[in-house]
Design a protein around this ligand. Structure first.
Ligand code: DP6
Length: 349
């Protein structure tokens, strides 16, 4: 027999960035972060997990290609979920798995991203969140989403924020064992559904410095990171929560852009410096800043992760349509500074 479960998890985009760990193994951050989870129809991972007495070892396939599960991050997630596994019974199929059987049974895992992995867009966030959620369903785990987020966190920090929709806060926590470093939902996806997200894919090449090693180097060498974590983010997080609660787009945009810019300033303050944005990214920032100023109030917020692609959050559908027109005009196809593609909702242009 084979027992299976499938789950789907969207990726999330941080508006207050996580950058820097205080514990590398448990993946504990140096500051709180806040993100918005994308619509499940867009940029998401679908994962099917299966268990059978016929399976000889744990195995995993990512986009159809087998990958190794030997890395610490996968092992940590599998171990933590197995610890919480409970009895499962499928009367129709005549299957009964006792709690202690889970230690001996092996898993097969197949995961797909509905967006090109090569596009340099965060896939680990959706990937680990989906893996943990699917396994929790298969093994009848009782823990709620926040508790599961603390397990997904051990796969990839940003993954803990993908267990919820809407706006989500990853509370850094104080405990050494990481038990209080978990995600909570600030507001659900219906709270602020005017927002419209467009991702301008500046380059679909894989990034040169991974987030994991980049943030390690920043923790070791950047003084600005220490100032950011201690002085800036605690206040900014409170202001961001307020802006989200009140659907105050002007404050939201100001805080989002400032936080992205400070994160990239920390990267420049790292030795040797890390350059995630390129000339086209900088031109997009100038363009949005100029447009927002000319309108008198912000229409669009920008934020960049560990790569050159711009995540643009428009205040509503009308602003998003105008933005797209402006981008197509300023970055015409086949010019020196053309963009590789746009991802709007589920459409790639
Ligand atoms: C810039 O979650 O990919 O996207 O915990 O080492 O797996 P690890 O790092 P990861 O870092 C994400 C960094 C970021 C900001 C963010 O998502 O908050």
């Amino acid at each position: 027999w084979v027992l299976m479960k499938t789950a789907q998890t969207p990726t999330n985009i941080a508006v207050i960035k996580y950058w820097g760990k205080r514990d590398e193994t448990l993946i504990l951050p140096v500051n709180d972060s806040i993100s918005v989870t994308l619509d499940p129809a867009h940029l998401c991972t679908t994962t099917t997990v299966a268990v059978s007495p016929a399976f000889q070892q744990d195995r995993m396939w990512l986009n159809g290609k087998e990958i190794s599960l030997s890395g610490g991050r996968y092992q940590n997630c599998l171990r933590e979920i197995r610890k919480r596994a409970r009895e499962v019974e499928d009367k129709e199929k005549g299957i009964k798995i006792e709690k202690e059987d889970w230690e001996k049974l092996h898993l097969h895992i197949a995961s797909y991203n509905n967006f090109p992995t090569a596009a340099g867009l965060a896939s680990s966030a959706a990937g680990f969140a989906c893996l943990v959620f699917a396994l929790a369903k298969l093994m009848n785990v009782e823990e709620d989403e926040s508790q599961l987020s603390a397990i997904a966190r051990q796969g990839s920090g940003s993954a803990c924020r993908s267990l919820f929709g809407g706006f989500v806060k990853w509370i850094m926590g104080k405990e050494e064992d990481g038990s209080d470093s978990l995600a909570v939902q600030l507001v659900d996806e219906k709270h602020w559904d005017d927002l419209f997200i467009i991702i301008a894919v500046v380059s679909s090449r894989q990034k040169e410095t991974s987030s994991t090693s980049g943030m390690r180097e920043s923790v070791e060498t950047s003084l600005l990171l220490q100032h950011r974590a201690k002085e800036v983010v605690p206040k900014r997080t409170l202001q961001m929560e307020e802006a989200i609660k009140n659907r105050d787009f002007a404050s939201f945009a100001k805080l989002t852009c400032a936080d992205s810019n400070q994160f990239h300033a920390v990267c420049l303050d790292t030795s040797p410096p890390i350059f995630y944005m390129n000339d086209t990214s900088h031109r997009i920032i100038s363009h949005v800043e100029k447009w927002n100023r000319s309108e008198g109030s912000p229409q669009v917020a920008y934020t960049f992760d560990a790569g050159p692609n711009a995540v643009l959050i428009a205040r509503d559908r009308k602003a998003a349509a105008q933005l797209l027109k402006r981008l197509l005009f300023s970055f015409p196809p086949n010019s020196d500074a053309d963009l590789d593609s746009y991802i709007i909702g589920d459409k790639t242009i």
